[in-house]
Design a protein around this ligand. Structure first.
Ligand code: ARG
Ligand code: ZN
Length: 870
């Protein structure tokens, strides 16, 4: 039974649970083709003496028996989505037994088979596919779990907490009993059964607790767990140093799952990870892949305090744990990576995914007010914008105040299920700041636009800014209010030195000189200046806003050279490129090329060993170029995109080859910041070279592919030839596939690249890839590698004028909807950008969306997205 209900749930309807579950005992009897789950709940009415029925959630369960306090109970109804039990006393013990079929579970939610083993995924509401239970995060319970299974097929049996008993049973079976001392919501429950290879480590917390760290992966994959283990230890130490938070169990387990719907899951004491976020070696993970492993390990570990010890009252509060944990992960990543590169990448991600989301039909506040399918709200808005909101809060209250606020949060709410409001109140209490106006960031959807105009009066030495903020209406939110926007600003003199005179303004300024624009319009000025200064604004990306500020090319070039805030320095280059793109788009090629020449000169004048060079050379994607355009004329966008890329390649022609050759890295491969930067610079050079000197690029790429000792370089070689219509392209891809056919993670990258190639041939080329025997729709990584990449990153292919790109994607959405609605509802999203696409294409897109909407039995997941767009 799949969820096809379109019932809307509202935040304003929240009601506290009628029954609490003090203790939960689960017994799993894992059999061939079916599993029997017996659940015993110690129930207590939250208001004794009342008479309401108990409602338990359940999905796709076959109820075999129901017993209350040892007696068979008949006063109940099994309905759609749950079980209603009448006439219960204030306290009782309720036992149900159900049958489930993990082997047939293709949705990968609840208990499911992942190759030869079984794993769970319960967030947000997968636990109801395991047993009848109040499946909501504000019901916290202590768990004792017994797992019984065949001993040779499932030698390892894991659940949360501590293993308190294990023994052999008759018939070649065995069982293990696990107990988790910490009360938790059921979405943090986990179970794993299988045969694994294991890597073990040790960690001692500051207060002396010995923790055994155990990482599990498929047979033959054990040697790829080393980097994850190192990263885990780094994360544990980091949380002690930066937030004073220690781990609270004797064991920390992580299991790799090949078939997994998302990145990873923070189940208490037993994380389950997508293999792509856990396994790393030079042949199957790129530098970026290593970084993902480190960041995701940190993220899931940090959830132990922000998510597990303190959890969400309801799912509308998801950003309470996700925004905060992403923020902590980002802070961590800024300390272990180059902080400048880390921040640049955060902002690029936000602009590529969150800004479009916030401008499209699925725009929603960081704290949504309604949803149909909760899985659709694990979004860039809840995660990444949620993190930016916390970052702004820290800017407003100061670092020390923020840390005191976090201490108050942990003290007040440990062991509770709370709201975003509770979090903000704790930060206020710890810092003494008043955040009443700030709360609006959680409630309003959309990306604010900040406009800056400047004026220089040489006679008085006065530099004046006029600031303005606007926020366009979004669905259900016609009238927006101004939000407090922290703007970090600095002035530079014409030789690149900092101007230290203070800003004068009616606006509040923080101790660190950040101006808070909290009204529609305001002015800021500086007086007594000797010459016209150069303004840098939104330093460090101090707020998740779009900025409109016309600034002379020479000023931006000066900031590219002189800014000491690395983000702002990178951003000055981006603004030149984006302005050039806009010029070319409206037909002013000459103006655009002049800007790009200023950009190229500034890049060429920079020490190529500086990490920022690799970032600059990685020219914005077409999607990044279209961000902020109200109407998208696809053909014009593609032309302008091409002009910008070629012009940059020509402008840096001399540097590209020299820098390529100079970027040789050490052998054997090592993942470290400096080496990774060199590989990144080399890849970007090769990519640009292909634009202007294809022969040379092909020769270098062939050589690189043949000699590289790591996946990063191999991918750089394939990427460089990926858009070239030459026979070598097919040869190099074939050579890679011949060598790495058995490595799923490496082959995912191979699929990904071809999915975005300009010369792959549409629709036949993509369809051909989808017909390969190794295109397995049971493994979300593979589906995302092909159709996820196609939809999200192959702008020209998706928007083919005759609509075949839309049709291709829609076909896959329909196929996947029947198997795995969560994956399908992610794949469909690129088709919902139709409001911004111009002309016939909008109609063609709509036709495909209507075709999807017409499917009988369409999942609630896909229907919610498609309906919002239609
Ligand atoms: N809590 C997990 C994490 O961010 C992700 C869970 C996503 N769940 C989902 N149904 N999409 O670490
Ligand atoms: Zn998370």
């Amino acid at each position: 039974m799949r969820n096809t209900s379109t019932q809307v749930k509202y935040l304003r309807d929240y009601q506290a649970p009628l029954f609490l579950v003090d203790q939960t005992q689960l017994h799993f009897d894992i059999r061939d083709g079916e599993t029997l789950v017996t659940a015993t709940l110690e129930l207590a009415r939250s208001t004794p003496g009342t008479q309401e029925a108990l409602t338990l959630d359940g999905d796709d369960l076959t109820l075999l028996s129901l017993v209350v306090d040892g007696q068979p109970w008949t006063d109940y109804e099994v309905g759609e989505g749950g079980l209603v039990v009448n006439g219960l006393p204030d306290r009782c013990q309720l036992t149900t037994q159900v049958r489930i079929h993990p082997e047939q579970n293709t949705a990968l939610e609840g208990l499911y088979a992942c190759g030869p083993y079984l794993v769970t995924q319960c967030e947000a509401t997968g636990f109801r596919r395991i047993t009848y239970f109040p499946d909501r995060p504000d019901v916290l319970s202590r768990y004792r779990v017994t797992i019984e299974a065949d001993a040779s097929r499932y030698p390892t049996l894991l659940s949360n907490g501590n293993c308190i008993e294990s023994r052999s049973l008759d018939g070649g079976r065995h069982e293990a009993v696990w107990e988790d001392p910490h009360p938790k919501p059921c979405y943090l429950f986990a179970l794993v059964a299988g045969a694994f290879e294991q890597l073990t480590g040790e960690y001692t917390t500051t207060s002396g607790r010995q923790v055994s760290l155990e990482l599990y992966a498929d047979q033959g994959q054990g040697q790829r767990l080393g980097f994850a283990l190192e990263s885990l230890i780094e994360s544990m130490r980091w949380d002690e140093i930066h937030y004073g938070r220690e781990y609270d169990l004797d064991r920390y387990l992580i299991v790799a799952a090949g078939a997994f719907n998302m990145g990873a899951m923070e189940n208490k004491g037993l994380n389950i990870f997508n293999t792509s976020c856990l396994l790393a070696d030079p042949d199957t993970a790129t530098d970026a892949g290593y970084r993902v492993v480190r960041d995701v390990i940190a993220h899931e570990y940090f959830h132990n305090w922000t998510g597990n010890r303190i959890t969400c009252r309801d799912w509308f509060q998801l950003s309470l744990k996700e925004g905060l944990t992403v923020f902590r992960e980002q802070q961590f990543s800024e300390t272990v990576n180059d902080p400048a590169v880390a921040r640049v990448e955060q902002v690029r991600g936000l602009r590529a995914f969150q800004f479009p989301e916030d401008a499209g039909p699925m725009a929603h506040p960081v704290r949504p007010e309604s949803y149909v399918e909760m899985n659709n709200f694990y979004t860039a808005t809840v995660y990444e914008k949620g993190s930016e909101v916390i970052r702004m809060m820290r800017t407003l209250v100061g670092e020390a105040g923020f840390r005191r606020g976090m201490d108050v949060y942990f003290d007040r709410h440990d062991g509770q299920a709370v709201t975003i409001e509770d979090f903000v109140a704790a930060i206020e209490a710890g810092s003494g700041a008043d955040l009443s106006a700030f709360r609006i960031w959680y409630a309003q959807a959309g990306t604010p636009l900040v406009q800056v105009r400047d004026q220089w009066d040489a006679s008085t030495g006065t530099y004046r800014l006029t600031l303005n903020q606007q926020l366009a209406a979004t669905r259900g939110q016609p009238d927006k209010k101004p939000a407090p926007i922290p703007l970090s600003v600095a002035l530079f003199d014409q030789s690149g030195g900092r101007v230290s005179s203070p800003a004068q303004s009616e606006l509040r300024q923080t101790d660190d000189g950040v101006i808070v624009l909290d009204r529609p319009n305001a002015q800021v000025q500086w007086t007594g200046l000797a010459e016209r200064p150069v303004l840098s604004v939104l330093r460090g990306f101090s707020a998740p806003v779009r900025l409109h500020f016309e600034q002379p090319d020479a000023d931006l070039a000066l900031l590219m050279r002189a800014e000491d805030d690395a983000f702002a320095r990178w951003e000055a280059g981006q603004r030149l490129i984006h302005a050039a793109f806009a010029d070319v788009l409206k037909g002013d090629d000459a103006r655009g090329k002049a800007r790009l020449s200023a950009f190229c000169q500034a890049v060429a004048a920079t020490d190529p060993e500086a990490p920022i060079v690799g970032e600059w050379l990685d020219i914005p994607s077409t999607i990044e170029f279209t961000d902020g355009l109200e109407r998208v004329d696809v053909d014009a966008v593609l032309v302008a995109d091409n002009v910008v890329r070629r012009t940059v390649a020509e402008g840096l022609r001399e540097q590209l080859e020299a820098w390529y050759l100079a970027a040789e890295t050490e052998r054997p491969y090592r993942f470290d910041a400096q080496q990774a930067h060199r590989r990144r610079r080399r890849a970007a050079c090769l990519q640009l070279m292909a634009q202007v000197d294809a022969d040379k690029a092909v020769a270098l790429a062939s050589d690189l592919l043949a000699t590289a000792d790591n996946l990063t370089d191999r991918m750089a070689a394939l990427a460089a030839v990926n858009d070239l219509d030459r026979p070598e392209r097919a040869q190099l891809f074939q050579a890679f596939a011949d060598r790495w056919a058995d490595e799923a993670l490496a082959m995912d990258k191979w699929f990904q690249l071809q999915a975005v190639s300009a010369v792959q041939g549409l629709p036949a080329g993509i369809a051909e890839l989808a017909q390969r025997p190794d295109y397995d729709r049971g493994v979300p990584n593979r589906v995302r590698a092909l159709f996820g990449a196609f939809g999200q990153r192959h702008f020209a292919g998706l928007h083919r004028g005759n609509g075949e790109g839309y049709r291709l994607l829609a076909d896959e959405v329909l196929t996947m909807d029947a198997l795995n609605p969560q994956v399908a509802s992610r794949l469909v999203r690129p088709l919902t950008q139709l409001t911004r696409i111009e002309g016939e294409r909008a109609r063609l897109m709509r036709t495909e969306l209507e075709r999807i909407a017409a499917k009988q039995d369409l999942s609630a997941d896909v229907r919610e997205i498609v309906s919002a767009a239609l």
